[in-house]
Design a protein around this ligand. Structure first.
Ligand SMILES: Cc1cc2nc3c(=O)[nH]c(=O)nc-3n(C[C@H](O)[C@H](O)[C@H](O)COP(=O)(O)OP(=O)(O)OC[C@H]3O[C@@H](n4cnc5c(N)ncnc54)[C@H](O)[C@@H]3O)c2cc1C
Length: 405
């Protein structure tokens, strides 16, 4: 099989990049390992999606359905579902489908494989290994797709968005969510999810708190939990027992890059390094969505996919031009800033970033060679929210740095 642009992953990032590559005149193939396009959205039956992209509030499946309909209508796009990309080499991918193993040759490829959840093993959760310890996304799939209840007395470890959403979902399904325990002093979840999923249901969120030990032989019987100091050391004097039958983990998402085991990874995002065109160090390989950096809103994923699909299509048509490189750096206030390099030019560029700590009434400042290029006032910013800042590149040379003042 031969195509101009190969897209790996049929979630919102993959579908939006496919549509924009096709609109730009390229032939596109989407490879999706699941039986249906939509990615993680298919299990997110709550609303809160689409406010920015479609200007209305949709559920995850509704948002996915809108994209799926557009993809299905597009004659330039071929969709291969139930098909897994197992290997990726210079302009050729090996895929495993129900009819066997085939190769797809392409001119450009977009990585859109989303992310996976950190597990009990990833965080070295202490205690026994009974049934009833489950990640929030798996719990969401079991409840929303398979229609199975996972427990009655729940403790949630980590205040990521999926955990917050599951706190509400399980309460609505009749379970008692006793507490959400967060080891940090701030949540990595969105403020609106804390309000709508915890506060509205009187579910307590304890900061600087973690599980010391999971207890139970066959099934979870409870957890010892308590506070930690600023170095995350357990404060034994605060240890308490909480009876529960289920522990849900919402302790972080990691870009799913299993098909690129030897690729250079940015430890700050766990995604690949990309330039202003979302192009990796292999010029034919592009990346977007949660496999590049974990997004808070699907609308941002779809917008990024749209941008990247165009770049990949232009590359396939030999019309993507770079230029002199501008190196991007940032102060310690940022967890990461993306993209990692820009090209000299006269256009606007949008930087995406997450903060390390909460800021209130501060300026975000962009400097090049010590000179201020742009600034933006921020009333409040938190690590859980992805932020953006646009500026014009005219006059910017060699390097650019982002600071909080
Ligand atoms: C539980 C949960 C709740 C969320 N709630 C909200 C919300 O309320 N509002 C909001 O705006 N956003 C929400 N989000 C965020 C939003 O859903 C994600 O940011 C978005 O779905 C990510 O899109 P994606 O296309 O990058 O990845 P995904 O949606 O994960 O899609 C990736 C696709 O790639 C496929 N794939 C992976 N590897 C391969 C391979 N090797 N071969 C073939 N296919 C492959 C996967 O099967 C999957 O379909 C939520 C996310 C999660 C996980």
């Amino acid at each position: 099989m031969v195509t101009d642009v190969l897209i790996i992953g049929g979630g919102p990032a993959g579908m939006s990049s496919a549509l924009s590559a096709s609109e730009n005149g390229s032939k596109v193939v989407i490879v999706e390992r699941d039986g249906v396009l939509g990615g993680i959205l298919n299990q997110c039956i709550h609303n809160g999606f689409g406010l920015h992209y479609f200007g209305e509030e949709l559920t995850g499946p509704e948002f996915a359905h809108r994209f799926r309909k557009m993809v299905e209508k597009d004659k330039n796009i071929t969709v291969l579902t139930n098909t897994l990309v197992t290997d990726l080499k210079e302009k050729v991918a090996t895929v495993l489908s129900r009819s066997g193993i085939i190769e797809i040759k392409f001119k450009a490829c977009v990585l859109a494989m989303g992310c996976r959840e950190r597990t009990a093993g990833n965080i070295s959760l202490n205690g026994t290994r009974p049934m009833g310890v489950i990640t929030a996304g798996s719990a969401q799939k079991m409840v929303n797709i398979d229609g199975k209840m996972i427990g009655k007395d729940i403790v949630i470890l980590g205040s990521g968005d999926i955990g917050l959403i599951m706190a509400r979902r399980l309460t609505l399904e009749g379970a008692k969510v006793h507490a959400v325990l967060e080891i940090n002093s701030t949540s990595s979840g969105l403020r609106r999810n804390i309000l709508q999923c915890l506060d509205d249901f009187n579910i307590p969120l304890y900061y600087n708190t973690t599980i010391f030990e999971v207890v139970g032989r066959d099934r979870v019987e409870g957890v010892y939990y308590g506070q930690v100091d600023e170095h995350f050391n357990k404060i034994e004097s605060t240890k308490k027992f909480l009876k529960c039958d289920t522990v849900i983990l919402s302790v972080g998402l990691v870009p799913d890059l299993q098909i690129l085991p030897d690729f250079e990874i940015n430890p700050k995002t766990n995604g690949v390094f990309v330039n202003e065109h979302y192009q990796t160090k292999q010029p034919w390989l592009f990346s977007c969505g949660n496999v590049l950096h974990v997004h808070d809103l699907v609308d941002n994923v779809a917008l990024e996919g749209k941008q990247v699909g165009l770049f990949a299509s232009l590359y396939a048509q030999k019309k993507l031009y770079g230029g002199n490189l501008i190196k991007v750096s940032h102060s310690k206030d940022f967890a990461y800033v993306l993209p990692y390099t820009l090209f000299e030019g006269e256009e606007d560029v949008e930087m995406k970033f997450r903060l390390k700590n909460k800021i209130v009434r501060k300026w975000l400042v962009v400097k090049s060679e010590g000179r201020e290029v742009a600034k933006k006032f921020v009333l409040a910013g938190v690590p859980g929210e992805m932020m953006t800042m646009k500026f014009n590149k005219s006059g910017v040379k060699n390097e650019v740095a982002l600071e909080v003042q």
